[in-house]
Design a protein around this ligand. Structure first.
Ligand code: ADP
Ligand code: MG
Length: 364
């Protein structure tokens, strides 16, 4: 049963750092996604595991065995790409049985597995179709059954849903996760879509500039981001820069830059002291708008965007910072209203100020 380990893996392309000292252990049967902005090294990392890219340094262990020198075909891996990569001149059946056929399986075993795989992805009855006769979603289901038909125990998926329509994408997310869990395979799924990652993963790996920023369950990553970058990359986030002015009975008061407003946050014993520059991160769903009150950050509603089930509200604070939150569509908020923003002191994350412009610290 496959565990996968990357030990001190580094890879450069000229001066570009695609992977920098990557250490990661993936447990047997785990569904892991690797997320990060375009160019951060997700595909390179996946291809290193597959044996398609040779790292400059470090090793890859599968089930505890160093496979660094093993060619891709000896690593027992199934691969699914964004562009389906089906053989266009072969039927669904021929595509799915190709791997077993190359491996010289006997007819009976080959048919049994192929039938089971097509059944699992709801494509029984479409064996004789050619890829061009199928929708994108169906083609990707064929690609999945083809990857799994060799009884691989390790499935690598590179942006597998990237080319599909939004609705199909969400449907297939569920299906892939279920398939992986039913078969008990280990899956490593690369995507730039953090919502997709949160929905399918046991754990998420967030990468930036070739390095791992954080590894954790979807909840940990969303609720307790370890770095400003993770806080800004996964989901929506509001950031407030300020200085600690007071610490008392479990709370920290932060005076916001560019004004007199103060906010109070929970003191999580992170060692912040009076005078420290900090950044407070608050999710839009944790911010409520209320009547203007002295002391709490105030501003003017700048924009109300109708999204159907919700409206997205942007407030321009007196200090020039924009804050977004969501409200019900029938609530009475309107552009030009003066409001104060409120949030629970425990519904935020406090970071040391990076000492560079926030936009730089959040950039991919
Ligand atoms: N074969 C290659 N030759 C040169 N540069 C490459 C090659 N493969 C990837 N890169 C570069 O390495 C960086 C990481 O690429 P990649 O792993 O594809 O990122 P991601 O999948 O996260 O978008 C990018 O800057 C990319 O341009
Ligand atoms: Mg990629």
């Amino acid at each position: 049963m496959p565990t996968v380990e990357l030990v001190n893996v580094s890879k450069r392309f000229g001066r570009i750092i695609a992977a920098e000292n990557v250490n990661l252990r993936i447990e047997d049967g785990e569904y892991i996604t690797v997320v990060g902005p375009s160019g951060c090294g997700k595909t390179t990392t996946l291809r290193i595991i597959a044996g398609l890219v040779k790292p400059d340094k470090g090793k890859v262990l599968i089930d505890g065995v160093d496979v660094s020198a093993a060619p891709p075909e000896e690593r027992g891996i199934g691969f699914v790409f964004q562009n389906y990569a089906l053989f266009p001149h072969m039927t669904v059946w021929e595509n799915v049985t190709y791997g077993p056929w190359v491996r010289g399986w006997d007819e009976r075993r080959m048919s049994e597995v192929a039938r089971e795989m097509l059944n699992l992805v709801n494509l029984s009855g479409r064996e004789d179709a050619y890829p061009r006769e199928l929708s994108g979603g169906m083609q990707q289901r064929v690609a999945l059954s083809r990857a799994l038909a060799t009884e691989t125990r390790l499935l690598l998926l590179d942006e597998p849903l990237g080319a599909l329509d939004a609705k199909i994408r969400v449907e297939l997310r569920r299906e892939i996760r279920k398939l992986v869990k039913d078969l008990g395979v280990t899956a490593i799924h690369v995507t730039h879509d953090t919502e997709e990652a949160m929905m399918v993963s046991d754990r998420i790996v967030v990468m930036r500039r070739g390095r791992i920023e954080q590894v954790g369950s979807p909840k940990e990553i969303y609720l307790k981001p370890k770095t400003l970058f993770v806080a800004g990359f996964v989901g929506e986030m509001n950031f407030f820069e300020g200085v600690v002015t007071e610490k008392s009975s479990g709370t920290i008061t932060v005076k916001l830059e560019g004004g007199r407003d103060r906010i109070v946050v929970k003191d999580e014993d992170n060692g912040f002291r009076r005078g420290n520059r900090v950044v407070v991160a608050v999710r839009p769903e944790n911010i409520t708008l209320g009547n203007v009150e002295e002391g709490s950050p105030q501003g003017v509603i700048e924009d109300v965007l109708f999204l159907g089930s919700m409206v997205k509200v942007t407030v321009l604070l007196a200090n020039g910072v924009r804050v977004t939150t969501y409200a019900l569509p029938y609530s009475s908020v309107k552009v030009g209203d003066r409001v104060s923003i409120y949030f629970d002191p425990s519904d935020c994350n406090l970071f040391a100020h990076p000492g560079i412009p926030l936009t730089e610290a959040l950039k991919g």
